[in-house]
Design a protein around this ligand. Structure first.
Ligand SMILES: Cc1cc2nc3c(=O)[nH]c(=O)nc-3n(C[C@H](O)[C@H](O)[C@H](O)COP(=O)(O)O)c2cc1C
Length: 210
C-alpha cells in the first residue's frame, strides 16, 4: 500500500483493544522514523519517553481528555522538548556532529556562534516555543510510520502537562512535555470514529496557488 493509502487508512483512534500490543521491532521502527526527523539547526531539542508500564500510564491519565484511550493503548510516546537552549547544549550537539563526521571540533564555530547569539537574546519561554515546534515533525513521521505498519495511533495534546512532567520526572531532565502519541490496535466495536469518513477540506481550498 502507498503512503497516501496508509494515511487515508489511519485516523485518531478513540478506543484501543488493550489485549493487543505493539511488538518491540515495530515500536523501534516507529521511533527510528521520529529520530530521523529534521530539526532546526539539527539540534534535536527534544526526547521521546516511551511509556509501556500500565501503572505509569494510569497515573498519567489524570487530567487527560481521553483517559481510557491512554489506558488501553499499547504504548504512550511522550514528546518532550528542551525547556531552554544553552551554549553548553549547542556545543554538545555540534561536538557530536563533528565527531561522527570525523571533523575537527569547532569546525562549525562560526555557525554555532550565531546560534548562541540568537538564543542568548531570547527568554526560556521563547526557547521552549521553538523547541516544542520541532517535535511536531517527529510526531507526524512517527504517525506515518505507524500507519505504514498498520499500527493505530492517536496524537494528543489533551492531557495535563503538569501531571505527565511530574510523573516522568521531566523537569530534572530539562524537558517539558509537548504532545503524546498513543499507539496500539483499534477496538473496532468501540472506536466510534473508525466507521466514519475521513474529512479534509478540498485540495482546491487547501492549496493556494500564486
Ligand atoms: C497536535 C494534535 C493534537 C491532538 N490532540 C488530540 C487529543 O488530545 N485527543 C484526541 O482525541 N485527538 C487529538 N488529536 C486528533 C485530531 O482531532 C485528529 O487528528 C483530527 O481531527 C483529524 O482526524 P484524523 O486524525 O482521524 O484523520 C490531535 C491531533 C493533533 C495533530
Amino acid at each position: 500500500m502507498s503512503l497516501i493509502e496508509n494515511l487515508q487508512w489511519r485516523h485518531a483512534v478513540k478506543a484501543y483493544d488493550p489485549s493487543k500490543k505493539v511488538t518491540e521491532e515495530n515500536l523501534n521502527t516507529i521511533l527510528e522514523a521520529a529520530r530521523l526527523a529534521p530539526t532546526s539547526s539539527g539540534l534535536q531539542p527534544f526526547r521521546i519517553i516511551v511509556v509501556e508500564n500500565q501503572e505509569l500510564k494510569e497515573k498519567m491519565m489524570a487530567g487527560a481528555l481521553n483517559p481510557e484511550v491512554m489506558r488501553d493503548s499499547s504504548h504512550v510516546l511522550v514528546f518532550a522538548a528542551w525547556d531552554s537552549y544553552s551554549n553548553e547544549k549547542i556545543d554538545k550537539v555540534y561536538d557530536y556532529h563533528t565527531d561522527v563526521r570525523d571533523l575537527p571540533r569547532g569546525r562549525f564555530n562560526s555557525y554555532t556562534d550565531k546560534l548562541k547569539e540568537i538564543y542568548g537574546a531570547q527568554t526560556p519561554e521563547e526557547h521552549f516555543a521553538h523547541t516544542a515546534r520541532q517535535t511536531y515533525i517527529a510526531l507526524g513521521l512517527a504517525m506515518a510510520q505507524a500507519a505504514e505498519l498498520k499500527i493505530d495511533s492517536t496524537p494528543a495534546e489533551g492531557f495535563s502537562n503538569e501531571v505527565v512532567d511530574e510523573i516522568l520526572g521531566l523537569k530534572e531532565l530539562g524537558l517539558k512535555s509537548v504532545s503524546l502519541l498513543y499507539l496500539g490496535y483499534r477496538d473496532e466495536k468501540n472506536d466510534w470514529l473508525s466507521t466514519m469518513k475521513k474529512v479534509r477540506i478540498p485540495m482546491e481550498e487547501f492549496i493556494i496557488k500564486k
